[in-house]
Write a protein that binds this ligand. Structure first.
Ligand code: ADP
Length: 661
């Protein structure tokens, strides 16, 4: 048994995620990347020029020495003092202008590169999520899914922009400074550059100390977010149970923990930066000491070379330049680690095979009569998302294809280990037929598998065994779109989007005009109450439709289905108590809707059940009785017991204490 969920398993199998990020997302935007890197390089090199020119000017213009610059031939340098002065002025000013211009170019290009990748990754991940089947979402908290789309893509952006560009800067600066100093005086350079290995050691030490603190901080962020999210979505329960104070204290605790963990990180950061500056300062002091002695009384100790005042000035300025890029090392490493983990999550998601998708030769359902057949259908909720065979090079496409051609959830040994958490069967060997236009009522105790049975017809999940057919076509032989267009679904808990009533009615049929929307609402017995709302069809319903009652929400959902006009209808009758009048309205609209359509209905209302052409009694995932109302009553089995309880003729224990279990 393995607690890891399949998503984690896919994530763990992502190899070299950052390479893949570059291959799949970076390559098409290589131009931006190259311009960014190039601009970065030029800007940094130009920024090294002023201290060099200053040194040369101190020696050549203001002092008696010669005017020397690396890489610039002597013939290009004016011979007279004033000429050299102006030459220096232009070089220094020019270097600043070039640095500014190329910093701009680099900023724009690097950001375009990073943000375009982030945008594309975000949209691709969202698209992928939209195509995954319900099992993926059953497993996940909304926050977890959101964090892939938000945090993970942002981490990638940070890495592609900051981390990469700062690493390039680091390399250019450290190598550039070292080259210049060695060119000027390699002996003094050794003194100055001793600081660099020390700074690298300090950084490594810092990272080692910081890592566990960062881990704690990240987990505190996660904990706080989950807490906030849960508290907000459960606000009704919180208020009704008067536990606002309890929630505030829980949030305070989580927030406090985040505060403490953040401070622990910051305390270290506050030490690190000044520490680095101190090391650079010591390097400055050492260079000044050794260089000063050198100037005053010739090469000290083992040193032999000559040194000028201008060279010493260049040295001293350069020691100030490597602090900033080196201090970024810890951020670079942090961003690299984050990006690696994030791209693993992103590609883990991309690698999950899309199981519910069109076969290559899928048929477009058209003119559906509505004959529905369930043939030996078994179903279990989890364990179906097992890994695709290990030897397959799992890219998004491959993974999908493997799973599509082999719907039986093939698993390697590793896959078995993960898939073997295989859930209990929720449906077992369910077989029945509904002729076109018939109504099949599904009844049974809670948890018997009624909703599951209906959801399978929409292919929200795939059966683990057996086949479901519509008009003789197995569901996986037809396009998912045309299947779902042909099957209307009114669930027990109707979801509405935040938007107007009209928008909610036309959802999925965006081409509907105002008249069609009204007619649909009339057929759903919703027109009257909508008309009485302050802004009629333009009234906003609030998040999830909170501004409407359950009965109103359901009628809007019914109107949506009327507009869809599907040949097959799947209804989950609400058990929640609505007043008798509303119930009668809903019943009337549903009766009207199911007329002339094949209807599968989870029935709680006596009227629905009585009029059904066929009743399936489901118990513990199996069809235990079937027939018409009268027939089943006469059989005096589970159905008779259930109805006896509802009619008040038998006690509820009659259901609980059924002899067989
Ligand atoms: P009914 O509609 O008859 O009350 P359901 O079809 O909702 O029954 O549920 C049947 C069984 O499947 C129950 O044991 C339930 O706990 C389980 N179940 C339902 N939905 C899920 C899900 N999304 N993931 C895992 N198990 C589920």
């Amino acid at each position: 048994m393995n607690d890891e969920n399949p998503f984690d398993a896919y994530r763990a199998r992502v190899e070299r995620p950052l390479h893949r990020l570059f291959r799949e997302y970076g390559r098409p935007r290589l131009g931006y990347f190259a311009v960014g890197m190039g601009g970065n390089f030029v800007a940094r090199v130009a920024s090294l020029l002023p201290p060099l020119v200053l040194g040369a000017a101190v020696d050549g213009v203001f002092g008696p020495g010669s005017y020397n610059l690396p890489l610039i031939p002597a013939s290009a340098i004016p011979a007279d003092q004033l000429g050299q002065f102006w030459f220096s002025v232009w070089l220094i000013a020019g270097a600043f202008v070039v640095t500014a211009i190329f910093t701009y170019v680099y900023g724009v290009a690097a950001n375009l590169f990073a943000h375009e990748v982030m945008h594309t990754v975000r949209v691709d991940s969202f698209e992928k999520m939209q195509r995954l089947d319900m099992a993926f979402f059953d497993d996940k908290q909304t926050g977890e899914v959101m964090s892939i789309l938000n945090n993970d893509t942002q981490n990638l952006e940070m890495f592609l922009d900051n981390a990469l560009m700062n690493s390039a800067r680091l390399v250019v600066m450290v190598l550039g400074i070292a080259a210049v100093l060695f060119w000027l005086n390699w002996q003094l350079a050794l003194v100055t550059l001793v600081a660099i290995p020390l700074m690298v050691l300090a950084t490594l030490g810092f990272m080692r100390a910081a890592e566990p603190r960062y881990v704690r901080q990240r987990s505190a962020v996660g904990e706080l977010n989950t807490r906030l999210e849960n508290s907000l979505s459960g606000i009704e329960l919180i208020k009704s149970s008067g536990s606002e104070g309890f929630e505030v204290s829980r949030v305070r605790k989580s927030s406090r923990r985040l505060f403490d963990d953040t401070m622990a990180v910051l305390r270290l950061n506050y030490l690190y930066r000044p520490g680095m500056e101190m090391l650079a300062g010591l390097s400055f002091a050492a260079t000044f000491l050794v260089g000063g002695l050198w100037l005053v009384s010739g090469p000290p100790g083992p040193f032999t070379l000559g040194l000028t005042a201008g060279e010493l000035i260049t040295f001293l300025f350069m020691t100030q330049r490597f602090v900033t890029p080196l201090a970024e090392v810890s951020n670079i490493v942090d961003q690299y680690e984050n990006a690696k983990a994030s791209s693993e999550r992103v590609f883990g998601l991309m690698d999950i095979p899309v199981r519910v998708q069109d076969a290559p030769d899928a048929v477009e359902l058209d003119d559906v009569a509505g004959r529905v057949e369930y043939d030996g259908v078994d179903f279990a909720y989890d364990g179906e998302l097992s890994l695709a065979p290990d030897d397959a090079d799992v890219t998004a496409e491959d993974g999908a294809a493997t799973a599509a051609t082999d719907g039986s959830a093939t698993a390697t040994e590793e896959g078995m280990a993960i898939g073997a958490s295989a859930g209990e069967e929720v449906l077992h060997d369910v077989t029945f037929d509904a002729a076109a236009g018939e109504t099949v009522a599904v009844v049974g105790p809670t948890g018997a598998g009624k909703s599951t049975l209906l959801k399978l017809l929409l292919r929200l999940y795939e059966p683990t065994e057996g086949e479901i057919r519509l008009d003789g076509y197995a569901l996986d032989e037809v396009t998912v779109q045309s299947l779902r267009r042909s099957v209307g679904y009114v669930s027990q808990d109707s979801f509405l989007f935040d938007g107007t009533i009209a928008e909610n009615v036309e959802y999925g049929h965006f081409e509907a005009n105002a008249d069609e929307i009204r007619n649909a609402a009339r057929a759903a017995e919703a027109h009257e109450f909508i008309r009485d709302l302050p802004e009629g069809y333009e009234t906003r319903v609030g998040e999830r439709g909170v501004k409407l009652s359950g009965g109103q929400r359901q009628r809007i959902a019914i109107a949506r289905t009327v507009l869809q006009d599907p040949p097959v209808l799947v209804l989950d009758e609400a058990t929640s108590a609505v007043d008798t009048e509303t119930e009668a309205l809903i019943q009337r609209s549903l009766d009207r809707l199911s007329e002339d359509r094949t209807t599968l209905v989870i029935a709680h209302r006596l009227s629905t059940v009585k009029n059904a052409d066929q009743i399936l009694v489901l118990d513990d995932g199996e069809v235990v009785e079937r027939g018409t109302h009268e027939h089943l009553l006469a059989e005096d089995g589970l159905y008779a017991t259930l109805w006896g309880v509802q009619a008040g003729e038998r006690s509820p224990e009659a259901v609980v204490d059924r002899g067989d279990d």
